[in-house]
Write a protein that binds this ligand. Structure first.
Ligand code: SF4
Length: 440
């Protein structure tokens, strides 16, 4: 009787693509996928270790899955993802219920160790490195029907002082343009209409390749792939947005006017201590350029509160930035002093409570701004990708200005085929969600 497997993936879309490849490798090795952990012989937890709260969630999940081993339903518990490279062999003792620890670099080999071969040892992890997928690697698409992530590179060669990712996943490794176009065509042949480009550092894609292509070369090539309706760009390092890319987004119908630009802060001193490059004037000028050059542009950003040295004045500059920039989409995170990061050792640490209060204050300022943006969409006809039926039996999806997993949803009145892109009139809004009616 072939064995069964269950995989649970935590963290970011880049990690999710790894889980999709592990899933495909497990199936190729003869394992059968099941939807419930209690039915699985092999359980794989694809962990995230970006910040402490993610580490805690990963460990809680492993312990929870470990209960199926003691209950006897699971014979093998495997830990993949960023926890292994972050904490090393010490995990073997801390989590004795785990049979195999691997890291992002071992994604390509893991399939062999799941069903057939006994892995050479319990902890196999080449820290500071990642497996770079190819179109031929094979993966399943775990996003809603019609959409898929395309991971264009792995790792990161920047050195933001609060971040440990380069240490976990290694320096930037870009996939070739030809390989990415080939995978995009495969995805479209499978019925995908929306491709979401992801990487730790999308803006730097190609910088490590011999011919040093730029991101806009890739965007231009993908925009020409027959059948691609929506191309979405996530995780663009703000200090690296070339004019050519802006022109492409403004001119190409299937390149969404949706830009995810994690500015993190606006105070010059704080940006310097974050090692993010850029300065307030450059950031303001970029936002101004985007709003002038790209019609109906949606700017998503992430901001961090409570970074070491963030004075009350620096925070008030951040408040002013949010009020005057009127971002369509905003995520705010309280600084987390990550052991091993430069920022954790910086002077001027801000008390956690203050960081959290500032986070809440910014989110409260943003809510009416988000609602105002949505209110101006009422009666407009919007393209919406249909994703499924929710627990109330309502059809739902995402409008073009809603990214998967991080933005709100759109409730759809009327009937439509799941996985298709429809156009419908906005009839009701909230600060994050929309409601559209196909029949109007
Ligand atoms: S760009 Fe900065 S925050 Fe993003 S992965 Fe690289 S080092 Fe980390």
């Amino acid at each position: 009787m072939p064995k069964t497997f269950y995989i649970l993936s935590l963290g970011c879309p880049k990690n999710r693509v790894d889980a999709e490849m592990i899933w495909a490798a497990a199936a190729r090795s003869g394992l059968i996928s099941v939807d419930l952990a209690e039915e699985a012989d092999v359980i794989i937890v694809n962990t995230c270790a970006f910040i402490q709260s993610a580490v805690e969630e990963s460990i809680d999940t492993i312990v929870e899955m470990g209960r199926y081993k003691s209950a006897g339903s699971c014979s093998r518990l495997v830990v993949a993802g960023c926890l292994s490279p972050r904490y090393g062999r010490g995990l073997i003792e801390q989590l004795p219920e785990v049979d195999l620890f691997v890291g992002p670099a071992e994604v390509g080999q893991l399939g062999n160790w799941l069903a057939k071969e006994v892995p050479p040892e319990k902890f196999i992890c080449q820290s500071g490195s990642s497996f770079l997928p190819q179109a031929a690697t094979g993966r399943v698409n775990s996003l809603a029907p019609g959409s898929a992530y395309l991971k264009v590179a792995e790792g990161c060669s920047r050195s933001c002082s609060f971040c440990v990712i380069p240490r976990l996943r290694g320096p930037l490794q870009s996939r070739s343009l030809e390989d990415l176009v080939s995978e995009a065509s495969n995805l479209i042949d499978l019925g995908v209409h929306e491709i979401v480009l992801v990487a730790q550092d999308l803006a730097n894609w190609g910088k490590d390749l011999s011919v040093r292509p730029a991101l806009h070369d890739l965007v231009e090539a993908l925009a020409c792939v027959k059948g691609l309706k929506w191309l979405r760009l996530m995780y663009l390092f703000p200090a690296a947005i070339p004019e050519r890319l802006i022109e492409l987004i403004a001119s190409k119908k299937n390149v969404l006017a949706y830009l995810d630009l994690p500015f993190q802060h606006i105070d010059g001193e704080v940006l310097k201590r974050m090692r993010r490059g850029g300065d307030p004037q450059i950031i303001d000028a970029l936002i101004d350029r985007l709003r002038r050059q790209i019609e109906d542009v949606v700017i998503r950003t992430s901001l961090m509160t409570g970074f070491p040295g963030e004075s009350e004045d620096a925070f008030l500059r951040l408040v002013d930035f949010v009020e005057r920039s009127r971002f369509e989409r905003l995520g705010v995170f309280a600084f987390s002093p990550e052991p091993g990061s430069l920022a954790a050792k910086l002077a001027g640490q801000v008390p956690g409570q203050v960081a959290l209060r500032r986070q809440e204050e910014l989110l409260a300022i943003q809510q009416p701004i988000a609602l105002d943006y949505h209110t101006r969409l009422i009666d407009k006809q919007l393209p919406v990708i249909v994703e499924g039926v929710n627990s109330e039996g309502k059809l739902f999806g995402r409008a073009w200005n809603q990214a998967p997993e991080i933005d709100g949803q759109t409730i759809i009145k009327g009937t439509a085929e799941i996985g298709q892109i429809i156009t419908a009139r906005v009839v009701d809004v909230g600060p994050y969600d929309l409601e559209v009616d196909i029949n109007e």
